[in-house]
Design a protein around this ligand. Structure first.
Ligand code: C2O
Ligand code: CU
Ligand code: CU
Length: 470
């Protein structure tokens, strides 16, 4: 906190090494540490400055995913930080308390940089948690759970884009939570809050407890829900977040395992065999909770959370059509061996990286072009964005600069757990999802906002567009 009441954060991107998998040291890139960055906690309405130093040997940017900040502070592909430089983002977050995150966003290199370990959580805090009596003691009954899958080579280095299929979305066979393979956490017999982020490059997870127990979804990407939603399984696409409460009051002495249950069983998720691997089919464990004695934390599951948000459109309706390689006929080239060979060996420890910008996936028939503004929005307008997926695989659609509400999925009201403010929505093959958003923050062509698929290998290979708000 400086004399002017501004809170400062120092974030340094740099190489490191981490024991992701027991007994193996893996070269990484990260923020202030060896894997993932610190959880940044920013009080709502608090002016902040975030100083981001690039200690890598290649350009990067740092994007505050889900934060409602002007284009100049958004950290998208135009806000390049060259090696050795420091970039400062200054803003005040006025949006509701939420679990956001941050990650690099350099044009065509987002996939490899995130894969190398660059990401972290950003939590917006306000007094709602205390008022509602929700679990809120960091690391005790309020845990960050960042899920990632990775593949390692025989030397323990990260393996990226080493198989032809990888450009469809990089998947790994080792499952990390907060940078540790299938870890455990010691928790108390009480209400436990998990703030789950799917930080995987491309894998959708289907959260469930191994014993099938019910949990309560209290928040989506960018806000709490109006009321807790009891569920036994919850699909979480890359970049989506959910906060869940699980009742461990009667579980002293037990081990309760959070897993991804077989995603292949989820109706409509997978329409092509390329989308699904053996891990999706079988499921995999994520985090073991070892339940100790109860603590007197006085927390509870409230019946009501926050007011149900709503928006009335007053601007144009826009259409976005997401198309993959199969629809465009390009998959034949991929199978023939084109389109995925790394351009350069430039990740940590010689991880080969830099496969982007190959124009394989499109939105509205257009590929990401740094010099092209695809959409112009009038500042203050509330618009409907109608997103249709004509490809066979599901694509998580994300937009910068604002949060949206899901108006409909294939003409029907969204399920209760999708009625919070959101910034990522999984659009299944053949589906049309209608979003409504108000665009309050400015972004000009020099620092345009992005909309894109959050499968990072799709984003890097064309499935992104730019919009300005003026
Ligand atoms: Cu999570 Cu455009 O980003
Ligand atoms: Cu974003
Ligand atoms: Cu995609």
């Amino acid at each position: 906190l400086d004399a002017a009441g501004v809170r400062h954060y120092q974030i340094a991107a740099r190489p490191g090494s981490s024991e992701l998998v027991a007994g193996v040291q893996t070269p990484t890139w990260s923020y202030n540490g060896a894997w993932l960055g610190p959880t940044l906690r920013i009080p709502r309405h608090q002016p902040v400055q975030l100083h981001v130093h690039n200690g890598l040997d290649q350009p990067t940017t740092l994007h505050w995913h889900g934060a409602q900040v002007p284009g100049r502070m958004d950290g998208g592909p135009h806000s390049v930080i060259t090696p050795g430089d420091t970039w400062t983002a200054a803003y005040t977050l006025t949006q509701p308390a939420a679990t956001l995150w941050y990650h690099p966003h350099p044009h065509a290199y987002t996939g490899p940089q995130v894969y190398a370990g660059m990401a972290g959580m950003l939590w917006i805090d306000d007094d709602t948690d205390a008022r509602l009596g929700l679990p809120r003691t960091y690391g005790i009954d309020d845990l960050p759970v960042a899920i990632q899958d990775r593949r390692l080579d025989a030397d323990g280095r990260l393996a990226y884009m080493t198989a032809a299929r990888d450009v469809m979305g990089m998947k790994g066979d080792r499952f990390l939570v907060n940078g540790v393979e299938q870890p455990y956490a010691e928790v108390a017999a009480g209400w436990l809050r998990l703030r789950v982020l799917n930080a995987s490059n491309s894998r959708v997870v289907n959260l469930a407890f191994r014993d099938g127990r019910r949990f309560y979804v209290i928040a989506g990407d960018a806000s709490l829900l109006a009321e807790p939603v009891p569920m036994e399984q919850l699909l979480l696409a890359p970049a989506e977040r959910a906060q869940i409460l699980v009742d461990l009051r009667g579980d002293y002495g037990r081990r309760v395992v959070l897993a991804s249950d077989s995603g292949a069983a989820v109706p409509g998720l997978y329409r092509t065999p390329m989308d699904v691997d053996a891990h999706d089919r079988r499921g995999f464990d994520l985090l073991e909770l070892r339940v100790g004695p109860a603590l007197a934390l006085g927390t509870r599951l409230p019946a009501q959370l926050v007011e149900q948000p709503s928006l009335t459109p007053d601007g144009p309706t826009r259409r976005f059509v997401m198309a993959g390689m199969i629809a465009s006929g390009a998959f034949g080239h991929l199978q023939a061996g084109h389109g995925y060979a790394p351009r350069a060996a430039n990740g940590p420890g010689g991880m080969s990286a830099g496969v982007g910008d190959r124009n394989l996936f499109a939105i509205n028939g257009e590929y990401m072009d740094m010099d092209k503004i695809n959409v112009r929005v009038q500042r203050g307008a509330t618009e409907v964005w109608q997103v249709t997926n004509v490809s066979l695989m599901a694509h998580p659609f994300h937009m910068h600069g604002t949060s949206f509400l899901i108006r409909s999925r294939d003409g029907k009201a969204p399920p209760p757990h999708e009625r919070s403010w959101k910034d990522v929505v999984l659009v299944r093959g053949g589906e049309t999802v209608e979003l409504v958003a108000r665009f309050d923050h400015p972004a000009d062509a020099a620092h345009a906002y992005m909309y894109h698929c959050h499968i990072l290998e799709h984003e890097d290979n064309g499935m992104m567009g730019q919009f300005v708000v003026t």
